[in-house]
Ligand binder design. Structure first.
Ligand SMILES: Nc1nc2c(ncn2[C@@H]2O[C@H](COP(=O)(O)OP(=O)(O)OP(=O)(O)O)[C@@H](O)[C@H]2O)c(=O)[nH]1
Ligand SMILES: [Mg+2]
Length: 316
């Protein structure tokens, strides 16, 4: 049996290999996707994001346990920007997730971001496709930080959990810029810590402002603000209720399918863009880029010229 057939039966070695190929840009990865794509689109993808150290891994691990309790098979994609060379898991995350390592219905994968632009969202998207085809019902994607990458990853997820913690000052300001808008479920973790009430009120106020600005969300969903102590499991069933509830609303309104469809088209356009650029740069006389560098030709003219080279080559 080949890798695609193997992973469709849930074989984790095959799944791991496919994800690695895709991550490496190995052409065998694309072949796997073409063989499995028709069997994807079923899994509920949940993004988990928040500032470093907020408890994303701990909370995700607790949510995995809760989803298993609800009878679901669970995949986890952990994004690890800090190790561009190994692409491996952060040791701490391995330890935190270790309790799931003997559960055949939990599959955890770490992917590196390799510092390439757009690499994070592409590798993550690909890993989710593979896990989806392997039959996992729920897939958690843990990102680090509150930057553009996280916003991109939120666009991949059906449901985005944003984690805040007591004592956040500046980070909350940073979150305002975009990330708040993409949150579907908000969790103040470390509720056992001092400053919980203040953090809760701060988020409440921000969500209130957001609700005013985006009154007509589609589908109608008012993001809940929840409290949790991820280390003890307190509040975790409530978070799982919220994500399950959100998935329910998405499915009921047809939005679940629409989001998946949009993602597939977005990915096609991204691949097209990357492929076209590569092909043009491969074939065209790129000394024109040196001319742009020297400012002897402008970027518009140069790009037009490069595109024309491609047309010329496709003509008989
Ligand atoms: N007091 C308290 N500590 C917590 C709670 N949740 C997590 N922690 C601790 O906070 C630390 C960071 O937790 P992680 O789960 O690694 O946080 P993270 O957001 O995944 O961290 P990065 O991936 O490095 O950004 C660990 O020492 C956890 O044990 C909580 O609810 N209360
Ligand atoms: Mg983590």
């Amino acid at each position: 049996m080949n890798v695609a057939d193997e992973l469709l039966t849930g074989n984790v070695l095959a799944g791991g290999r496919a994800i690695r190929w895709l991550d490496d840009g190995d052409p065998r990865g694309a072949q796997v996707v073409s063989a499995i794509f028709a069997r994807t689109g079923r899994a509920h993808i949940i993004g988990v994001t928040g500032p470093p150290g907020a408890g994303k891994s701990t909370l995700t691990s607790a949510l995995v346990t809760e989803q298993r309790r609800r009878g679901r098979r669970v995949g986890v994609v952990a994004i690890d920007p800090s190790s561009p060379f190994t692409g491996g898991a952060i040791l701490g995350d391995r330890v935190r997730m270790a309790r799931h390592s003997t559960d055949p219905d939990v599959f955890i994968r770490s992917i590196g971001t390799r510092g390439q632009a757009g690499g994070l969202s592409r590798s993550t998207h690909d890993a989710c496709l593979v896990l989806d085809a392997m039959g996992y019902d729920v897939i958690f994607v843990e990102t680090v930080g509150v930057g553009q990458d996280e916003i991109d990853v939120a666009a991949l997820a059906h449901t985005t959990i944003i984690i805040g913690v007591p004592g956040l000052g500046d980070e909350i300001q940073a979150m305002k810029a975009g990330l708040l808008e993409v949150g579907d479920v908000f969790v103040i973790n470390k509720a056992d810590r001092e400053g919980f009430d203040a953090a809760y009120r701060q988020f409440e106020l921000m969500l209130h402002l957001r609700a005013d600005a985006a009154a007509a969300t589609d589908p109608p969903w008012s993001p809940p603000l929840l409290r949790a102590v991820a280390v003890t499991g307190e509040g975790i069933p409530g978070v799982a209720d919220a994500t399950d509830g959100h998935a329910h609303v998405l499915r009921d309104t047809g939005e679940f399918v629409r989001r998946s469809a949009k993602r597939a088209v977005d990915q096609t356009l991204k691949l097209l863009q990357a492929g076209l650029t590569e092909r043009v740069i491969d074939r065209a006389d790129t000394s024109i880029l040196a001319a742009v560098e020297a400012r002897s030709i402008d970027p518009y003219t140069a790009a037009e010229h490069l595109l024309r080279t491609l047309q010329g080559q496709q003509a008989p």
